[in-house]
Design a protein. Structure first.
Lengths: 223, 314, 145
C-alpha cells in the first residue's frame, strides 16, 4: 500500500490558526492500512486539532469525514454540501487524495496532514517496509522477486557493495537486511547462481519522475 | 603490449614489480597549499596516489581538483570517483576533463551513502538527494568504453578516447563471502585493470579469498593490491571491527594493541607484518596503504617495509 | 483571587479488577477535589486514542486508566497494549502542545475504593501542580501500593 506518516501536529495546527470550521478528511484504503489516515486516525486528529487551537485561543468547529478512497471523484462528491462552511481541510490521505480534494474544492485550501513516503507492505503489526519505488522498469524477474531499486540504499544492480554487515544487515540502515544478500541466497537456493554472474547494463530511468511528470495513456480506454 | 593509459602504476604492475599506492584525503576547504604540503611529504614513496571523492559523504575539495594539484607536484593521482553524487552525464564530463588535465588512473566506486557523514561525527548532508544513476560495475564498463572505443555511454562518439588505467574495489570479507569473488569477476569482465581491496587485518581469511580469485583466473586478468589501514590504537581497531563492514580484525590483534606500551609503535609493527604477509600471498601484486589523517607516517612505513626506493627506469 | 475550576476527571477502569458498582459510586462521592466519572471497561485494552481524545476535547481534563498488573490480564496482553496506547496518546498531546489535558495509567490488583480515591486525588493534585510542557512522572505508569 501507499504509506504515509503524520506530520508533526504543531506544524498542521500552525496553518489553521484563524480558521473557524475545519474538516479532517481521511481515506479508508492505503492510509488506513498503515494506520495514518483511516477513520481511527481521523477521529484522533480531529480532537487534537480542536484542543490545540482552543488552547491557542482559536475556538474551532472540527468536522470529520473518512472517504472510501480520496482519489475517486465518486467518493469525494458527497463531501460537497459539508464544504459550504469549511474554511480549511486537513487531509490525511496520500498525496494523490490530498490533491484530488484540493482540485475539487478549490479555492478552499486542503493542507496535508501526512507525509506520503512510498509503496510498502506490512511485515508485522506496527512495521511497514518499502517494497517498490515505482521506478518504471521492473527488474524483479532478474532478482528472484526481491527489488534492489527500492530495497538497496544505492539501488545497485550487480550485487552488494562492501557495506553488508556481519549480521547481514545494510550498513546504511541496520533495520533492514542487505537485499543483495537475500537475492544471492535465493539464487543459491534455486540453483541459479549464474543469473547473477552477468553484468546488468545501465538502466533507463526515464519511465518515472526522472523522465518528467508521468502520464499514462491507454487509447483503448479513452472516450 | 600497448599501454592502456601509460600511467606509472600501469607500468610498474606490468613490469612485475610489487606496486605501492597510498591514499591522500583532500581538505575541507579550498586550501591548495594543504594538498601541496601532503604531496611534498609523500613524494617518491608510491606508484600512485589515491585521491578520495567526498569520502563518507563529507564535502571536501573535489577529487579531480586535488588530483590535478598532485599532478602538478609530480605525483601521479588515482582519481576516485563514486556513483553517489553524479549521474552518468556528469561523470563522463568529469572523466573527459580529468583526462584532458593529464589524470590517467581512476578508481570506480559505488560510494558511501550520504547518511554516512563521517560515521555520524560531522553534520554532513544526510538530507541530500542521492544519485546512484549507475553502479560501480557499470561505471567501469563506461570508462572502458570511453577508453577503448572512444564512445559515450549513450552511444555518441567522443572526439578522442580517454586513456585511463581503470581500478575497482573489492571487499572479500563482507557477507555473502562466497559471492564476493563472483562480483570481483564481473568488475574484471567489465574492464577493471587493477583492484584495491578493503583493509585487511586477517591475512588467513584474505589468503583464502585470494585463492578463490586465482582459481577463477581473475589474477591473470587484473592486478590485485591488498589494502592496509595503519592502526593507531586498540580502540581504532575495535571501532573498525564493529562498524566497518568487510573489515575483519582478529581478536588477537586487538589484544596485542591493547597490551602494547606504545600503541602507535605497535601499529607501525603490525602494518609492517601485514605488508610482509601480503607479499607472500599468491596473486597479490601490490599494497594500497591508508593512514587516515596521518599521511606523514607513510614514508617511514614504506621505507621500513623495504619498498623504497620505488623502481626507476620503468 | 482567581479560582481555577475543578478539574473534571474520567476514570476508565477494568471491570475485571473487582470493583463493584457500589464501590464505584462511593468513589464518586468521596473524591472531593472535582467531578469524577467512572466508566467500566471489559478490559483496559479497550481504551483507544479516538475515544480518549474525544473525552478530553469534550471537557475532561484528565483521563485515568486503571489496569490490571502485568501478567494478570484476563486477555493476556490487554493491559500491556493499554500502556502502549496511553504512552502514544501522551506523545500526541505533547507534540500538539496541548498542555492542559492529561492522560495516565495506573495498575492495581483490585481497585478497592480507598485506593482509588487516594490515586485519583494524588493525580489530580499532580495534574494541577505539574509544570507545563512536561510529562508529569506520576502520570506515567505507576503501581498502586
Amino acid at each position: 500500500m501507499i504509506i504515509a506518516e503524520w506530520k508533526p501536529i504543531a506544524e498542521i495546527v500552525a496553518r489553521l490558526e484563524g480558521c473557524r470550521n475545519i474538516l479532517v478528511a481521511g481515506c479508508a484504503t492505503c492510509v488506513a492500512e498503515c494506520a495514518a489516515g483511516g477513520e481511527r486516525e481521523v477521529e484522533s486528529l480531529a480532537p487534537l486539532i480542536q484542543m490545540a487551537l482552543a488552547q491557542r485561543g482559536y475556538p474551532v468547529e472540527v468536522l470529520t469525514a473518512t472517504l472510501e478512497r480520496q482519489c475517486e471523484p465518486e467518493f469525494i462528491e458527497p463531501l460537497f454540501p459539508k464544504m459550504e462552511t469549511v474554511d480549511a481541510v486537513v487531509s490525511i490521505a496520500c498525496g494523490i487524495g490530498i490533491q484530488t480534494l484540493g482540485d475539487r474544492f478549490d479555492p478552499v485550501p486542503v493542507y496535508p496532514g501526512v507525509n506520503t513516503t512510498s509503496l510498502a507492505v506490512r511485515e508485522q503489526p506496527g512495521r511497514w517496509s518499502v517494497r517498490c519505488e515505482a521506478c518504471g522498469s521492473c527488474v524483479l524477474g532478474d532478482t528472484f522477486g526481491l527489488c534492489p531499486i527500492a530495497r538497496c540504499a544505492k539501488s545497485l544492480l550487480n550485487g552488494p557493495c562492501g557495506g553488508t554487515r556481519e549480521n547481514g544487515t545494510c550498513e546504511v540502515n541496520s533495520d533492514v537486511d542487505c537485499i543483495w544478500l537475500k537475492i544471492y541466497e535465493r539464487a543459491m537456493a534455486r540453483g541459479k547462481l549464474e543469473a547473477l554472474l552477468g553484468i546488468q547494463p545501465t538502466r533507463n530511468w526515464s519511465n518515472s519522475r526522472h523522465g518528467g511528470q508521468k502520464v499514462m495513456i491507454r487509447e483503448d480506454l479513452r472516450p | 603490449m600497448k599501454p592502456r593509459a601509460g600511467s606509472r602504476l600501469e607500468k610498474v604492475l606490468k613490469a612485475g614489480e610489487f606496486a605501492v599506492t597510498v591514499e591522500v584525503g583532500p581538505p575541507r576547504g579550498p586550501n591548495a597549499g594543504a594538498v601541496v604540503a601532503k604531496a611534498r611529504i609523500l613524494a617518491d614513496i608510491a606508484d600512485g596516489y589515491n585521491v578520495t571523492d567526498n569520502q563518507t559523504a563529507v564535502v571536501r575539495m573535489s577529487s579531480i581538483a586535488a588530483s590535478k594539484i598532485l599532478l602538478d607536484e609530480g605525483l601521479e593521482p588515482v582519481m576516485q570517483m563514486v556513483c553517489r553524487d553524479r549521474n552518468r552525464i556528469a561523470m563522463q564530463s568529469d572523466l573527459i576533463g580529468a583526462s584532458a588535465l593529464g589524470i590517467r588512473n581512476v578508481l570506480c566506486l559505488s560510494g558511501d551513502h550520504q547518511k554516512a557523514s563521517a560515521g555520524g561525527k560531522l553534520k554532513g548532508h544526510p538530507g541530500a538527494k542521492n544519485v546512484y544513476d549507475i553502479d560501480s560495475i557499470q561505471l567501469v564498463s563506461m570508462v572502458a568504453g570511453m577508453r577503448d572505443r572512444a564512445v559515450q555511454e549513450g552511444g555518441d562518439p567522443l572526439t578522442e578516447p580517454t586513456p585511463f588505467w581503470i581500478g575497482a574495489a573489492w571487499t572479500p570479507l563482507a557477507p555473502p563471502t562466497s559471492f564476493r569473488v563472483f562480483r570481483l569477476a564481473k568488475k574484471v569482465q567489465a574492464g577493471a585493470d587493477f583492484i584495491q581491496t578493503q583493509a585487511i587485518f586477517d591475512l588467513h581469511a584474505f589468503a583464502h579469498a585470494m585463492q578463490q580469485a586465482v582459481d577463477l583466473g581473475i589474477t591473470e586478468k587484473t592486478f590485485i593490491l591488498g589494502g592496509i589501514i595503519v592502526p593507531k590504537s586498540a580502540s581504532m581497531l575495535r571501532y573498525m571491527q564493529r562498524n566497518v563492514p568487510g573489515v575483519v580484525v582478529p581478536d588477537v590483534l586487538i589484544d596485542r594493541m591493547a597490551q602494547a606500551k606504545d600503541q602507535q609503535q605497535e601499529g607501525f609493527a603490525i602494518t609492517l607484518e601485514l605488508i610482509a604477509g601480503l607479499r607472500e600471498i599468491p596473486g597479490v601484486k601490490g599494497v594500497h596503504l591508508q593512514a587516515i589523517e596521518a599521511e606523514h607516517l607513510l614514508p617511514e612505513i614504506i621505507q621500513a617495509a623495504g619498498l623504497l626506493p620505488r623502481p626507476s627506469g620503468i | 483571587m482567581h479560582e481555577t475550576p475543578a478539574p473534571r476527571i474520567v476514570v476508565l477502569y477494568c471491570s475485571r479488577g473487582g470493583m463493584s458498582a457500589t464501590e464505584a459510586k462511593s468513589v464518586y462521592e468521596q473524591v472531593s477535589d472535582g467531578p469524577v466519572h467512572l466508566v467500566a471497561m471489559p478490559c483496559s485494552s479497550k481504551v483507544d486514542a479516538p475515544h480518549v481524545l474525544k473525552l478530553l476535547s469534550k471537557g475532561a481534563d484528565l483521563v485515568l486508566v486503571l489496569a490490571c498488573p502485568e501478567g494478570a490480564c484476563q486477555f493476556m496482553v490487554g493491559n500491556v497494549r493499554a500502556e502502549k496506547r496511553i504512552r502514544h496518546i501522551q506523545q500526541l498531546l505533547l507534540s500538539a502542545g496541548i498542555e492542559n489535558k492529561r492522560v495516565g495509567l495506573v495498575r492495581g490488583d483490585s481497585f478497592h475504593t480507598q485506593a482509588i480515591v487516594e490515586q485519583v486525588t494524588a493525580h489530580v493534585k499532580a495534574a494541577i501542580e505539574s509544570t507545563p510542557r512536561s510529562l508529569p512522572e506520576s502520570l506515567s505508569v505507576s503501581p498502586i501500593a
